[in-house]
Design a protein around this ligand. Structure first.
Ligand code: SAM
Length: 458
């Protein structure tokens, strides 16, 4: 059996014994095993066999050969790699070749790297860009790369934008990332969210978790058309984007809904709210991150399968809907998540750490919650997970459609601040009535009309 130790020993002999070992192998698996365990190559390494392997009929062998040739640094024969690139069909091998040439950091390779910019594979283009960005402040490189800010591929555009065009956001008048305005902390405003947000400053909240109205499926909100509904949500999440701090999250709980048929001669209509809302969000600078499925027990949802159970006729199949979505977005930024995380001091980071027993999959099995006053309240467990996984202690959590205030209550319990808007007076009154009992007693809560909120922000 060929061991890693044996490969290491042969590699250092400097007499081509590795080539002999590879040539005697019958199966591709063994060849790859040797190539993958070669590690660093010594100066006296006999590399000719690696160039022969560029013609091997297995792509993985060619890939491993390229990887090892790249380790020869200045001594790699770029011409052989480029010849293979021109005839190679396997995209992994092609990308590895471009990466190998880029990693040489040699000025004389620039023309080759420019030629890779014409490739049709966006990953090759990005790889070539990476190789070229090594030549800092090189006017010629900049002239080649600048036009790629308009490239058809979004990844290519983003890399060039970030490198050459993204300006540091001005920081004057903005609070440190972890801080926010006192007048937004633990506030509930009884107003239309769009009116209330006129008085909320840019970059002031850390997390939004909300469940918007379900179009006209429940009677607390009626919209003239589905289009008008989507346009309304578009405005709300555009404003939410404005007041969200850089790189922070928006999580929307929603699901397709059904509007019952008008009469027996019509069908009921399904509206795919999550899917229809998504393009608006992305267009407005929300980057899609994840889709989490909230799964409820079948016994807790409306029975739609009953008819089918009787007739069993294909096309008439209507499964019980036991899921809703949590659509997870991040306010687009050039900064990595690590930048957000590093903004917190050690104590806050430690105290915010998610404890054992956290959910590891994107299917969250949680029982729904039924409430006498509000018909669509969040289960506390759902809020708890979202707030724990997507915010830090002392962050400000926003819910534009607060309903009975579950987000506020949970945020408070988890030592976060909350900012809620709710236009319905009954629900607002309900939250207020909870003040003494459970909801907001420990940290003082302010219940405002729009006018009072406006005055508080001045
Ligand atoms: C699906 S419910 C949210 C329930 C909430 N998640 C809870 O746990 O109680 C949506 C809420 O949005 C409120 N709402 C609808 N349109 C609004 C608007 N334009 N501004 C503020 N609130 C609004 C409704 O009154 C309703 O209470």
């Amino acid at each position: 059996m060929i061991t890693k130790e044996y490969i290491t020993e042969l590699k250092h002999r400097g007499n081509g014994d590795i080539a002999t070992l590879i040539n005697t192998q019958r199966d591709v698996g063994s060849i790859n095993y040797i190539l993958e365990n070669l590690g660093q190559l010594p100066d006296n390494f006999h590399a000719d066999f690696l160039y022969s392997l560029l013609n091997h009929n297995h792509a993985q062998v060619r890939l491993n050969a390229v990887k090892n040739i790249a380790k020869l640094n200045g001594k790699s024969d770029i011409h052989s790699l480029f010849t293979l690139y021109q005839k190679e069909d396997d995209s992994s091998v092609r990308r590895e070749i471009v990466s190998a040439i880029g990693r040489q950091r040699k000025c004389q390779n620039k023309p080759l790297l420019y030629s890779f910019l014409n490739d049709t594979d966006p990953k090759i283009i990005c790889q070539a860009i990476r190789g070229l960005l090594v030549f800092e402040n090189d006017k010629e490189v900049e002239e080649h790369l600048h036009p790629f800010v308009n490239h058809e591929n979004e990844m290519v555009r983003t890399v060039i934008y970030k490198e050459y065009f993204a300006k540091e956001k001005k920081t004057e008048n903005t609070l440190p990332h972890t801080e926010t305005y006192d007048f937004l902390k633990n506030v509930v405003v009884n107003a239309d969210v769009l009116d209330a947000l006129k008085y909320a400053p840019d970059d002031s909240i850390h997390l939004t978790f909300t469940s918007p109205p379900y179009y006209n499926a429940r009677d607390y909100s009626i919209y003239p058309s589905y289009h008008a509904y989507l346009e309304f949500l578009d405005k709300v999440f555009r404003e939410t984007h404005r007041i969200t701090k850089e790189g922070r999250f928006l999580i929307i709980n929603t699901s397709p809904i059904i509007i019952p048929r008008v009469s027996r001669s019509h069908s009921s209509k399904r509206y795919a709210i999550p899917f229809d809302l998504h393009p608006y969000l992305v267009k407005n600078g929300w980057e899609f991150i994840d889709d989490i499925i909230w799964q409820k027990p079948e016994a807790s949802v409306k029975n739609r399968i009953g008819g089918f159970m009787q007739h069993r006729k294909p096309l008439g199949y209507k499964p019980n809907s036991v899921t809703e979505y949590l659509m997870v977005y991040r306010k687009s930024t050039e900064k990595l998540l690590d930048w957000n995380i590093r903004s917190y001091d050690c104590k806050t980071a430690e105290e915010s750490k998610v404890a054992d027993g956290y959910e590891t999959t994107n299917v969250w099995k949680i029982d729904p919650c039924f409430d006498k006053v509000h018909s669509a309240v969040f289960p506390a467990e759902l809020c708890k997970r979202v707030i724990q996984y997507y915010s830090y202690k002392n962050d400000l959590v926003f819910d534009p459609f607060a309903g009975s205030g579950t987000v506020g209550r949970t945020a408070k319990n988890l030592n976060r601040y909350f900012f809620l808007t709710e236009k319905n007076e009954t629900y607002f009154g309900y939250m207020k009535s909870q003040k003494i009992k459970t909801l907001f007693e420990q940290k003082e809560t302010k219940f405002f009309t729009l006018e009072q909120f406006k005055n508080a922000t001045i």
